[in-house]
Design a protein around this ligand. Structure first.
Ligand code: C2E
Ligand code: CA
Ligand code: CA
Length: 704
């Protein structure tokens, strides 16, 4: 038996009680668990008949015989007797095993008393667990509240929605600020959030959710309509939860703060200097008029300040800015409550008048012109300004904002052209002017490419000697198809498109050719006066290049004179002064052309190195119509002489003019009475023949 023990030693580790008995029931082995179950030491059990431990022997014997017959193990409940006499309720299974021809019973006993006890314990622990569960859920609830508090203190909207229906399941308090609805409203109406998506962004949002795969997260930006009617931009980071079947998102409002938004809005539509609506706002305003009341007429006034550039150039931008602010204040005060005034550009303003009665527009335009009568006072200095206004009517003159502005601009230019400080209504014939412009441009291109430009020369007669003292070079454009194009037509076009720079160079070359030719035939001093436009004068290198060119051609500068108009000089007095000084120092003489037609300031005149004033022909042609022209000519003549300048009168057509001008000490005469402008060949021929340009002094004009 001792030798058997080691085999069974391993059975000591099992929790169930195990005994091995022989065919009579004598215990050969009992494991520790069994001994413990019945309150014995293991050794005490060995040799005992296991039947002595059973409360009901019959049951056990029946069981044994069954095992022996059927060879099966049986599980049956058995009561065992504890060493202390108590009953140990247990369940047993018996197996019969054969060992070396001997029969052995292997009995496995589980203590049911323990299980019952365990059950009791289980019950108790179940109660405990329930108690704990209760506590736990209370804890969870409080944790939930804590979590909720944390979530509601977050500015971002935290939410989740069903991944199938997109209906809202949860959202925190931040939703109220972003959408302008209470959180409860959102939770009660689970599709409200979808209804607030900006219509244009609906498809985008829809597609986003359709394509966001489970487990993925993505960011989307879209707009919503806040309850206050404004549009807000949202940025959402969204996760598609693969197990919960939710889209979980965190959303923030990325719209700029209201004040900032208002400021951006304001700056986008207002001019920062005058605070008037700007060009963009004007467009919106015009468009909204089309939209809401396409049948309601309105008038658009395009107002441009006259000669404002001078103020900026002479007095600096600070003064210019102050004047613009004052101009905008005056305009705002003048127009009606329902009218609109915008700053269109530098010194351009556009007004929209709802009243289209012609009489009312006239009176408003007159009032606007009048507002400039009062001087603009900046730093205690008075500035006088005027404005030119172009007027266009909707819908008769144009139907689109672009056309309205274009036509109003055309009419405004017409107002400038007519002498500024006035208003002009747009007329379709002005469109012709635009078309003409393009046509003239094409003629100029032809002139340049085919070398058609040709100088004519008109003699200038010295009233003291009655000799030719010089010639004015006057440009002609004989076009093969269009005939003679007057410089009055092509010069202004060439000035505005810049072609005058190239034309001016050709003039200089031809003038120098002419000087060379005349010098070869004629020993006396003379000059050729060329007309220079403001565009040329304002080229930085103008004077230098002119002098260099004469040097190159080996022509002394005294042979050249330059004629400039007052407005060309006044356009930028600083540059003009610099250029004129350089020309003068280089030996070139300077004449101020068309004198009397501009706004010459005598203060400036006296400072400029001018040799000659050319009295404009508009004073000479009607010299004897009324007396004022004669007074003006007299006054200019006196003034020029006081300033040490010579005086030329142009447009001398009549013998009577001639006498009057000589009597009034005009130094030089120019006009059809003396000679028309002639081509170079004719002049050279006359010089060769020593033929005079004109014959009798006070008799018939020389018709050439
Ligand atoms: P402007 O400089 O005042 O030239 C004098 C204009 O008066 C010339 O007209 C001349 O033909 C005209 N004229 C001369 N005597 C009489 C007269 O007795 N009666 C009348 N009714 N007119 C007379 P033109 O040649 O048609 O030139 C017109 C203007 O074109 C010039 O006026 C000048 O401003 C400009 N121009 C002509 N050639 C050039 C040029 O080469 N360069 C530039 N920049 N401008 C030029
Ligand atoms: Ca001239
Ligand atoms: Ca002139």
């Amino acid at each position: 038996m001792e030798h058997e023990a080691p085999h069974y030693d391993v059975l000591n580790y099992l929790p169930d009680g195990i005994i091995i008995a022989d065919e009579r029931g004598v215990i050969l082995f009992a494991n520790d668990s069994f001994a413990e179950m019945l309150g014995y030491d293991t050794a005490m059990l060995l040799g005992l008949n296991m039947l002595s431990l059973l409360a009901d022997i019959d049951v056990f014997q029946a069981c044994i015989s069954k095992v022996m017959v059927e060879g099966k193990s049986l599980d049956e409940e058995t009561d065992l007797i504890h060493r202390d006499g108590s009953i140990v309720h247990s369940i047993k299974s018996v197996r019969m095993i054969r060992q070396d021809e001997r029969i052995r019973f292997f009995v496995n006993i589980r203590n049911l008393t323990d299980i019952n006890h365990l059950n009791k314990e289980l019950l108790a622990s179940k109660e405990l667990i329930e108690l704990q569960a209760h506590e736990l859920s209370a804890l969870l609830t409080s944790k939930n509240q804590e979590l909720e508090e944390i979530l509601s203190s977050i500015d971002e909207v935290i939410w989740y929605i069903d991944n199938q229906t997109l209906s809202l399941r949860y959202v925190n308090h931040a939703v109220e600020e972003v959408f302008g609805f209470s959180r409860e409203t959102f939770l009660n109406d689970s599709t409200l959030w979808q209804q607030r998506i900006y219509p244009d962004d609906h498809a985008l949002v829809q597609m986003f959710f359709e394509t966001l795969l489970p487990g993925q997260s993505q960011t989307i930006r879209f707009r919503i309509l806040h309850n206050d009617g404004e549009t807000r931009w949202l940025n959402s980071r969204i996760y598609h939860h693969p197990k919960l079947h939710f889209f979980i998102g965190i959303t923030s409002d990325i719209t700029a703060p209201k004040a900032q938004r208002d400021e951006i809005n304001f700056l986008a539509y207002h001019d920062p200097l005058t605070l008037l609506p700007n060009r963009a706002k004007l467009k919106l305003q015009i468009e909204s008029r089309f939209e809401h009341s396409s049948a309601t007429p309105f008038a658009l006034l395009f107002l441009d300040l006259d000669n404002f550039k001078h103020i900026n150039d002479f007095k600096g931008h600070e003064v210019g800015d102050k004047i613009l602010i004052e101009v905008s204040n005056r305009l705002k005060k003048t127009i009606g409550e329902n009218d609109f005034c915008a700053r269109f550009g530098g010194d351009e303003f556009v007004l929209l008048l709802h009243n289209t009665d012609r009489h009312d527009i006239d009176s408003m335009a007159t009032q606007l012109i009048q507002t400039f009568k009062e001087p603009f006072v900046v730093h205690d200095a008075d500035f006088f300004l005027s404005s030119s206004i172009g007027i266009v009517l909707y819908p008769q003159d144009a139907q689109s904002d672009d056309d309205l502005l274009k036509h109003a601009d055309t009419a405004m230019y017409e107002a400038k052209h007519r002498g500024k400080n006035q208003f002009v209504y747009y007329h379709s014939s002005m469109q012709c002017a635009v078309r003409n412009f393009l046509h003239v441009e094409s003629l100029i291109r032809d002139g340049l490419s085919q070398n058609l430009f040709e100088l004519y020369f008109q003699p200038l007669i010295d009233t003291k000697t009655l000799q030719t003292e010089g010639y004015e070079a006057l440009l002609r454009l004989p076009h093969p198809k269009e005939g003679f194009i007057s410089p009055d037509i092509f010069i202004s076009v060439a000035e505005s498109n810049g072609d005058i720079l190239l034309i001016g160079k050709k003039v200089l070359v031809q003038a120098c050719d002419f000087i060379d030719s005349v010098r070869s035939l004629y020993d006396e001093p003379f000059f050729v006066a060329i007309n220079v436009s403001s565009k040329q004068l304002h080229q930085e290198e103008f004077a230098h290049q002119l002098l260099d060119y004469l040097y190159l051609r080996n022509i002394p500068p005294s042979y050249l004179k330059v004629e400039l108009t007052e407005s060309a000089v006044m356009e930028n007095i600083d540059i003009a002064t610099r250029q004129l000084t350089q020309l003068k120092e280089g030996g070139i003489r300077i004449a101020l052309d068309d004198f009397g037609t501009g706004y010459s300031s005598f203060a400036y005149l006296a400072q400029l190195p001018i040799d000659t004033l050319k009295i404009d022909k508009s004073f000479i042609l009607p010299l004897f119509e009324g007396s004022s022209n004669r007074h003006i000519v007299e006054a200019i003549s006196n003034l020029a002489h006081v300033l040490g300048m010579k005086v030329t009168a142009e447009g001398v057509e009549e013998p009577s003019h001639y006498d009057f001008l000589i009597d009034n000490k005009i130094d030089t005469l120019q006009g059809y009475h003396l000679s028309r402008p002639l081509p170079k060949t004719e002049i050279l021929q006359k010089l060769q023949e020593r033929a005079p340009y004109f014959t009798a002094v006070t008799s018939q004009p020389n018709k050439q």
